[in-house]
Design a protein around this ligand. Structure first.
Ligand code: G3I
Length: 375
């Protein structure tokens, strides 16, 4: 067990206290979780290996009060072979969270990426008959939700089902091809049947904006009209330095709150590198080339822009009590998925902590926005 997240959780817990013994941020006096409490949860995406580095484990425990598994609770991680479940890596994340008085968010139960083929397709890649696909989806959701009952606060039940373009309104995926548009409602029903206490979320990128917002609203109304439980909409928040405008994001928050739902910013990061056609977080929208202007470091002017952007975002979030959680998609710039997307191998700076785990000016801007906008 040497080096595993559970051991590190124990070694960094002193006399039963839930906080680590030393400041991982080199003495920053207020942490994110302190500044945000009790107004909202502040989360981060992690892997079960995050704690192999004691300094990183300490930083996570000190700054955040909510964890999402970046990859290790997705269907392909938990049940890559039908009927054979691997819960061990996810369990380490849950244990770390428990040791440090954190919540856990389950991510996710149904997504077109990182889903094992057998779930909705036959051996030739053809859609399974509807009843067979529904039975597979139900069996997966039931087993996973029951397994984590009492350990997970809420689940991203369906991830990224809404189409980027106008028609059809749902993305063309193996789940939709096999089951039909109601695969979304069914997934919510199966999750609620498995655990009537756990919160249920619809999670997607760019749904705060324009036409995709309208399609997401339509989907949410369909879920509600079917009588299924839905507690919150997760706006992923894979944003850029200048877009979308804060006012546009705010329109999205208002629209979903207007449906009587909580709103969570679930995968926040701010891409500072130039983009081609790719936007949001469409995992298929990779690009072969793109400039990599900040390999040697982030210029001060861009660092400031990033800080201002984060400050403006959090000041706005704080005006909306419906925003009950903000989760960053990673801890340090070095471990962000944006170093590999949409172009592989670039040097990005999208988060609050640099590659040496030091807080950036963006960190100070978030703390300030949290503190000065507290009700
Ligand atoms: O685990 C394997 C490893 O065994 C193998 O050697 C290695 C070789 O490439 O791949 C590893 O898997 C990678 C996995 O991350 C774990 O590191 C996959 O290739 C890689 O595709 C996968 O990327 C993840 C991506 O989802 C998958 O689409 C990113 O880490 C993760 O940040 C990203 O997260 C998504 C959210 O779930 C949903 N919203 C968008 C967000 C960003 O794409």
């Amino acid at each position: 067990m040497r080096g595993c997240i559970i051991c590190l959780a124990l070694t960094s817990t002193v006399f039963g206290q839930q906080t680590p013994p030393s400041s991982a941020t080199g003495g920053a006096s207020v942490t994110l979780r302190q500044a945000a409490a009790p107004r909202m949860l502040i989360g981060t995406a992690v892997s079960s290996r995050s704690a192999a580095n004691p300094k990183l484990a300490s930083l996570i425990a000190e700054q955040f009060d909510c964890l999402t598994a970046e990859n290790e609770m997705k269907p392909v991680s938990l049940q890559s072979m039908q009927g054979s479940f691997s819960f061990e890596r996810a369990a380490r994340i849950v244990a770390f969270a428990k040791a440090h008085n954190m919540q856990v968010i389950g991510h996710n139960l149904c997504w077109h990426s990182q889903a094992p083929r057998w779930l909705f397709q036959d051996g030739d890649g053809q859609p399974l008959p509807r009843e067979a696909a529904l039975a597979n989806l139900k069996a997966h959701i039931e087993a996973v939700v029951k397994h984590f009952k009492g350990k997970v606060k809420g689940w991203d039940v369906v991830n990224e089902a809404v189409n980027d373009g106008p028609s059809p309104y749902l993305r063309d995926t193996p789940a939709r091809r096999a089951i039909g548009d109601d695969f979304v409602v069914k997934a919510f029903e199966f999750a609620h049947q498995a655990d009537s206490d756990v919160e249920l979320y619809y999670n997607d990128y760019n749904i705060e904006q324009g036409g995709k917002r309208e399609r997401a609203l339509h989907l949410i109304r369909q879920i509600k009209a079917a009588g299924a439980r839905i507690d919150a909409v997760g706006i992923q928040g894979h944003w850029q330095l200048e877009s979308p405008a804060v006012a546009e994001i705010e329109r999205g928050i208002r629209a979903f709150a207007g449906e009587g739902l909580k709103v969570m910013i679930t995968e926040l990061d701010v891409d500072v590198l130039p983009r081609g056609r790719g936007f949001g977080a469409d995992v298929n929208a990779t690009e072969r080339q793109g400039s990599d202007p900040y390999r040697a470091g982030l210029p001060e002017a861009v660092q400031k822009k990033l800080a201002d952007r984060y400050g403006a975002l959090f000041s706005m979030f704080m005006q909306h009590p419906e925003v009950t959680r903000v989760t960053f998609w990673g801890v340090t710039d070095g471990d962000s998925w944006l170093n590999g997307f949409p172009v592989r191998g670039r040097t990005n700076y999208p988060l609050l902590f640099d590659r040496q785990m030091r807080p950036k000016p963006a960190f100070d801007a978030v703390i300030k926005a949290l503190q000065s906008n507290k009700p």
